[in-house]
Design a binder for this molecule. Structure first.
Ligand code: SF4
Length: 165
């Protein structure tokens, strides 16, 4: 199977590996625009960097600015419910940017909880994301999905009926 690991897959991986398999096999519960829009943005940053003029004003991350010459990308979330997945997804984007030669840091803002979480891609984080990517690939290449395991996200999961009916 030929497929690219996306930020959405990283997100799902940290919620439930079974979702990764279902999604990578085309069983998407709903279309996710966010992944496409961020993918496009990263492409745009890379392109503009080639031209030596990263235009951060047209970005589609919720947060996109420079701070002391360093790019800051981030997302605004309504609650910290999915904060682990959101952090890992942001780390994945930071890794993609790094591979394009762009050092950036991440920021997650949760205004309703007055929280600001800084996300930095250190060696440990990079190792973890690369490992997650390898695991995602392994899961996706399996012939069958991992068995469902009840977790705190099942209740609101779009696959719930499929898993537990
Ligand atoms: S219902 Fe639960 S086990 Fe099934 S895909 Fe969703 S989170 Fe995973």
């Amino acid at each position: 199977m030929d497929f690219n690991i996306t930020g959405t897959m990283i997100w799902y991986y940290y919620i439930c590996p079974r979702q990764v398999w279902l999604m990578s096999h085309g069983l998407e519960p709903d279309q996710d625009d966010e992944n496409i829009r961020i993918g496009r943005l990263i492409g745009k940053i890379a392109y503009e960097r080639e031209k030596k003029e990263v235009d951060i004003t047209t970005g589609k991350f919720d947060i996109l600015r420079t701070e002391k010459g360093r790019l800051v990308v981030g997302e605004i979330k309504k609650s910290s419910r999915f904060v682990e997945s959101a952090s890992k997804q942001l780390l994945f984007y930071l890794l993609q940017l790094k591979e394009m030669g762009i050092e950036a840091k991440g920021e997650l803002l949760i205004p309703e909880e007055r929280k600001k979480i800084e996300i930095n891609l250190g060696e440990k984080e990079e190792r973890e994301i690369r490992e997650a990517m390898a695991n995602i690939e392994k899961i996706a290449l399996e012939n069958f999905p991992p068995l469902p395991q009840k977790n705190k996200y099942c209740k609101n999961c779009a696959y719930a009926e499929f898993c537990w009916a």
